[in-house]
Design a protein around this ligand. Structure first.
Ligand code: MRU
Length: 366
């Protein structure tokens, strides 16, 4: 999508054909700066420190991380070490494991001297496939928005989203935002309620930033506002992303998603989840019981980071020194609260049957 009017992806290979460029998302929305990943340690650090984040982008960075690792050591031991380092960076987004397994399958049986080239090729495919998948998600989700627009001619369609499931969280288009961008590009009147998404504020910092750069009308709201808006008919549809969807359609996503799904259910607001198929984990059924939820540092809760009047990025403490803090990164929305899953193969039911029928090859493999 566009940054300062320029078409941009969230990850690319630099002109040297080796180093990997990323946008440092920890500086947004205050500064737009890019970084070069030169080693697998750089890639692991970028994921862990959330310079890159969002399930599909984490997968793409990990894929390139394997390629960078093989430049340093193309042996089997080197491959295993890189896998172990990268898989430990973030536990919840299943795209990380998916991408690492794809890379392993691509290079494992190749001679050492071919491994680097093969790895860069497969990583590029993973990135390109993500763009194609998200474009398809957008086309399917667009129909949902068009249906709503047809029911309220001349009026704006209001979409609520949580966290950042935008192009910054993927390679391009985003998942939840892809239908939004496509509706906007088609000239449909659309407006997005952007949950700020404490504690790291991915909505306020990232979703708002990217929607603004693409010219999409939006309003940032405190996380607790969605229920009120739904009660007053101000939300036509909720579309969120996800870090992992189980075989029965339970949806793990950024903490607070579950509460939005409950509010949507109570107010008959359709609640959709947009996902690329690598986000499906067919090895897991009950998301609440089985998905490991990342616990993040207390500091994300005790401090707020922002821009000072004289242009410095600073953090300030907002919680008493003596108070305990809990920081669960994700929650699970049970399938019964999900109106439908917007995938690259169409909008499907959040059920075991719906997922298995849409992705039989994945269901059988896992
Ligand atoms: O902790 P984050 O910022 O990586 O969490 C991101 C989310 O929860 C996104 O909604 C999810 O990864 C889907 S991204 C298309």
């Amino acid at each position: 999508m566009k940054v300062n009017g320029q078409q941009t992806r969230s990850i690319w290979v630099e002109d040297d054909g080796i180093t990997v460029g990323i946008i440092d998302q920890t500086l947004l929305p205050y500064r737009y700066a890019t970084l070069r990943l030169r080693t697998v340690a750089d890639a692991a650090h970028a994921i862990k420190s959330m310079q890159v984040r969002g399930a599909p982008l984490i997968g793409a960075v990990a894929a390139y991380g394997m390629a960078l690792a093989l430049r340093e050591d193309a042996s089997d031991a080197g491959l295993e070490r890189a896998y172990a380092l990268l898989i430990a960076t973030r536990p919840t987004a299943i795209n990380l494991k998916w991408a690492l397994d794809e890379m392993m399958a691509a290079v494992r049986n190749r001679p050492r001297e071919d491994r680097v080239a093969v790895a860069y090729r497969r990583a590029a495919e993973i990135a390109d496939e993500d763009v194609e998948i998200n474009a398809a998600i957008g086309r399917h989700g667009l129909k949902l928005i068009e249906d709503i627009a047809a029911r309220k001619p001349g009026k704006t369609v209001n979409v609520l989203t949580h966290c950042n499931a935008g192009w910054l969280a993927t390679v391009d288009w985003g998942t939840a935002t892809s239908p939004i961008y496509q509706a906007h590009d088609k000239g449909l009147p659309i407006h997005v309620w952007v949950d700020e998404t404490r504690p790291r504020n991915q909505g306020a910092s990232l979703t708002a930033w990217e929607l603004g750069h693409h010219g999409v009308a939006h309003t940032v709201i405190p996380d607790n506002t969605g229920g009120h808006l739904m009660q007053h008919g101000e939300v036509d549809i909720a579309i969120v992303g996800t870090d992992r969807v189980t075989a029965q359609g339970d949806v793990c996503n950024k903490i607070g998603t579950y509460l939005k799904a409950l509010a949507a259910h109570d107010n008959d607001v359709p609640f959709y989840v947009a996902l690329p198929s690598p986000t499906i984990d067919f090895t897991v059924l009950d998301g609440v019981k089985e998905i490991p939820i990342e616990q993040r540092s207390a500091e994300e809760v005790t401090t707020m980071t922002g821009l000072t009047a004289d242009g410095r990025i600073e953090s300030v403490r907002i919680v008493p020194e003596s108070s305990g803090v809990a920081n669960y990164g994700f929650d699970v929305t049970p399938a019964r609260l999900v109106t439908g899953l917007i995938t690259e193969r169409g909008v499907i039911a959040a059920t075991r049957d719906g997922l298995a029928k849409a992705f039989p090859e994945r269901a059988a493999a896992d």
